[in-house]
Design a protein around this ligand. Structure first.
Ligand SMILES: CN1CCC(Oc2ccc(-c3[nH]nc4cccc(OCC5CCCCC5)c34)cc2)CC1
Length: 279
C-alpha cells in the first residue's frame, strides 16, 4: 500500500477522497491508526502567482485554527518547489454529497448546520477574507458539525477535464451573487470579484434555500446564460413557498436580496431569531 511522508511522519493511504486539476485529497492513517485527510498539490505546472495563492491560503488556514472549531484543522504541512502536502482533519462527508443523498433536511440539523456555516464565514470575514465562491462542497461534516475546508484564496489549478473534482461543484453558478455577475470593475477571468462580504451572505442563503426547498433558487434554469440573467434580473421573482418556520422564511428572504446594500449582514444573521428562538 502507498504511503506519504510529511515532516518525517509516515501515513498510509486508505483511499482517494477527491481530485482536482493538480490537487488530490487522500484519506490516510498514521502509525497509531488515527485518520487524517492529506491534500497533495503538484506544483510542477503551477506559475508563481498560483504557488503564492496556495501559500496564502495555508497561512490563513494555519492562523484561523485558533479562532473557530468550524474551520477544518490543519495539523502540519510541507511545501517544496514541486509539491505541497497538507495534513488535515478528516471529515465523514462533504455537505454537497450529504444534500444530494437526501430529499429533506430535518429542521434541527438545518438550524445547527446554518449556525456552523455562519460561524465559519464570520471568522474568515473578521480576518479580512471573503470567500466569494461558497457552495456545499466547501463544507465537510466532522462528528456531526460542519467545518469550512477552504477559503477560496488558492487559485483553482487548471482542472484537466478528465479528473475534474466532480464532487467539488467546481464552476457551479447556482450560488453566485448578482453583484459578482454585474461587477464590471474586475478584469475578466483571473480575479473573481471579491467586492464585498454580502456576496458570501447570498451564497450562504442559496445553501440554506437548498436545505429548505431541496434545490437552489435558480436550479431549474439549465441554460447557463439564462441562469446568469435571472440571477441579476430584479423582475425575475425568487419563489419562497410558505413554510411553518417563519423565522427561517425571513432569513431566506433577507439573504436573497439582489441589492447587496439592502441584503442582511452576517452580523445580523448571527443575531436573527431563527438562531435563537425554538422552532
Ligand atoms: C463523494 N465522496 C467523497 C469523499 C467523502 O466525503 C468527504 C470526506 C472527507 C472530506 C475532507 N475531510 N477533510 C478534508 C480536508 C480537505 C478537503 C477535503 O475534501 C475535499 C473535497 C473532496 C471531494 C468532495 C468535496 C470536498 C476533506 C471531504 C469529503 C464521501 C463522499
Amino acid at each position: 500500500n502507498e504511503t506519504i511522508t510529511i515532516k518525517g511522519k509516515q501515513f498510509f493511504i486508505l483511499k482517494i477522497i477527491g481530485r482536482g486539476g493538480s490537487s488530490k485529497v487522500y484519506q490516510v492513517l498514521d502509525h497509531k491508526k488515527q485518520l487524517f485527510a492529506v491534500k497533495y498539490v503538484d506544483l510542477e505546472e503551477a506559475d508563481a502567482q498560483t504557488v503564492e495563492s496556495y501559500k496564502n491560503e495555508i497561512q490563513h488556514l494555519n492562523h484561523l485554527q485558533l479562532y473557530s472549531d468550524q474551520i477544518i484543522k490543519l495539523y502540519d504541512y510541507e511545501i517544496t518547489n514541486s509539491y505541497i502536502y497538507m495534513l488535515m482533519e478528516c471529515g465523514n462527508l462533504d455537505l454537497n454529497t450529504w444534500l444530494r443523498n437526501r430529499k429533506t433536511v430535518n429542521p434541527l440539523d438545518r438550524k445547527f448546520y446554518w449556525r456552523n456555516m455562519l460561524e465559519a464565514v464570520h471568522t474568515i470575514h473578521n480576518h479580512g477574507i471573503i470567500h466569494s465562491d461558497l457552495k456545499p462542497a466547501n463544507f465537510v461534516i466532522v462528528n456531526g458539525s460542519l467545518k469550512l475546508i477552504d477559503f477560496g484564496i488558492a487559485n483553482r489549478l487548471q482542472p484537466d477535464v478528465t479528473s475534474i473534482m466532480r464532487d467539488s461543484q467546481v464552476g457551479t453558478l447556482n450560488y453566485m451573487p448578482p453583484e459578482a455577475i454585474k461587477d464590471t470593475s474586475s478584469q475578466p477571468g483571473k480575479s473573481r470579484s471579491k467586492i464585498c462580504k454580502k456576496g458570501d451572505v447570498w451564497s450562504l442563503g442559496c445553501i440554506l434555500y437548498c436545505m429548505t426547498y431541496g434545490k437552489t433558487p435558480f436550479k431549474s434554469i439549465t441554460n447557463q446564460i439564462a441562469k446568469l440573467q435571472a440571477i441579476i434580473d430584479t423582475s425575475y421573482p425568487i419563489e419562497f413557498p410558505d413554510i411553518s418556520e417563519k423565522d427561517l422564511l425571513d432569513v431566506l428572504k433577507s439573504c436573497l436580496v439582489r441589492n447587496p446594500r439592502e441584503r442582511i449582514s452576517l452580523k445580523e444573521l448571527l443575531d436573527h431569531p431563527y438562531l435563537h428562538h425554538s422552532p
